[in-house]
Write a protein that binds this ligand. Structure first.
Ligand code: GLY
Length: 391
């Protein structure tokens, strides 16, 4: 359990360490280009090695994002070539509708195709990302005003939003920007408002998912899918909440979201153990043998760094300092050391751990998770440069 005072005693990562850490991460990305050629790393590693998979999960955009970040930092063409080769796969996926009946269009298309378009002007990437945005619009539920995350549309058992989806919203703002059509943005704003109202609890912890009535749109209840309990704080949900509130403020500029950001972040930091690597759920505290979720610290750091753009200097410095402390801890405890031990970057994440109240099977427990690798790199890039975000 951390207080502001105890947390602020931790050391920040130095500029030199950040650069070294990024170079080390990019070395792994480079090594993985031939390993995953014609495919993608899976969502999570098995014994710290990602198997090769098809483009058929919600996570495929992240390795492409790692290639773009590596290209931006090094200027080396090999990263760009590999990332552009993925664009074809993403175009095919959305055109042929391969596993796209879900809300994760932003996770898939922002770090891959939006990045490709922003960095190279690639038209195929723009087209693919716009198709993905259209697909996401099809999941909007008028009754309740939110995007339904998973499953057949409109069924009571599926009629819910999830906190992670806040990070899918930038795809829609981008789509409005490039097409001039406000419909994308208008739906995103509605979803953000609904999510912020219901997933953030009174004590600024968060629900993973929230159900609505299919007939009236009335709010029903918060339920977990991946956390330990319905009432617990799933670490990654809380960090999606940090990044999500920063995104909410970025696009809506409603000061209410600054206060929410402060409080949701405070709740996350308060629950960190002494090495600052979050347990996968904050039901578990110092001394527990439950696995950690390093990826949630990387996501939280990115959210804090995004928010520094909108805060007064002194407060921005405070949150930058917090992100730098998380990065110091991740680099010390979780950054891979050598190619023998893993083909991933950030060790000790947890994708899904089953419990009595949640609805998942164990998978990717104490492993590398591809979004953890990506957001760790994104956080380093955010600290090292004036980065134009893909989100
Ligand atoms: N967005 C799914 C997860 O965080 O596991």
């Amino acid at each position: 359990m951390q207080t502001k005072e105890s947390f602020e005693k931790y050391r920040e990562i130095t500029d030199e360490e950040m650069k070294r850490a990024f170079a080390h991460a990019a070395e792994q990305v480079n090594r993985c280009i031939p390993v995953f050629e014609g495919g993608f790393p899976a969502a999570a590693s098995v014994d710290n090695f990602y198997p090769k998979t098809e483009n058929d999960d919600w996570t495929n955009g992240f390795f492409t994002g790692e290639l773009w970040l590596s290209y931006e930092m090094t200027g080396e063409e090999k990263f760009k070539e590999a990332a552009l080769a993925h664009v074809k796969s993403f175009k095919e996926r959305i055109t042929k509708r391969i596993v796209v009946d879900h809300h994760d269009m932003g996770f898939l298309y922002s770090p891959s195709c939006v990045a490709a378009y922003k960095l190279t002007g690639n038209e195929e990437a723009k087209e693919a990302a716009l198709l993905a945005a259209d697909n996401l619009l099809g999941r909007f539920c008028e009754k309740g005003e939110f995007f339904q995350a998973w499953g057949e549309m409109g069924k009571p058992e599926n009629y819910r939003l999830i906190i992670d989806c806040l990070v899918n919203m930038p795809l829609l703002f981008w789509a409005s920007e490039v097409t001039g059509n406000q419909k994308y943005k208008e739906h995103a704003i509605k979803h953000i408002k609904t999510s912020m109202k219901y997933v953030v609890r009174e004590d600024y912890s968060t629900y993973h998912t929230f159900y609505f009535d299919t007939e009236t749109g009335e709010p029903l209840k918060g339920v977990t899918a991946q956390g330990n309990r319905n009432g617990s704080i799933w670490a990654r949900g809380q960090s999606w909440g940090i990044y999500g509130t920063a995104i909410a403020y970025k696009y809506l500029k409603d000061p209410v979201y600054i206060q929410k950001f402060r409080n949701v972040t405070k709740c996350f930091l308060k629950h960190l153990p002494s090495d600052l690597i979050p347990y996968w759920d904050f039901d578990f505290v110092e001394g527990s043998t439950e696995p950690r979720d390093a990826s949630s610290a990387a996501i939280a750091a990115c959210g804090m760094l995004e928010m520094t753009k909108y805060l007064e200097e002194e407060e921005a410095e405070k949150y930058r300092g917090y992100a730098l402390r998380l990065l110091a801890a991740l680099t010390e405890h979780c950054l891979y050391k050598d190619f023998e031990e893993t083909n991933g970057i950030l060790l000790h994440s947890t994708y899904a751990k089953s419990s009595e109240e949640n609805s998942v099977a164990d998978g990717g427990v104490d492993e590398c998770c591809i979004w953890g690798d990506y957001f760790y790199m994104e956080a380093l890039v955010r600290c090292c440069t004036e980065w134009e975000t893909y989100w």
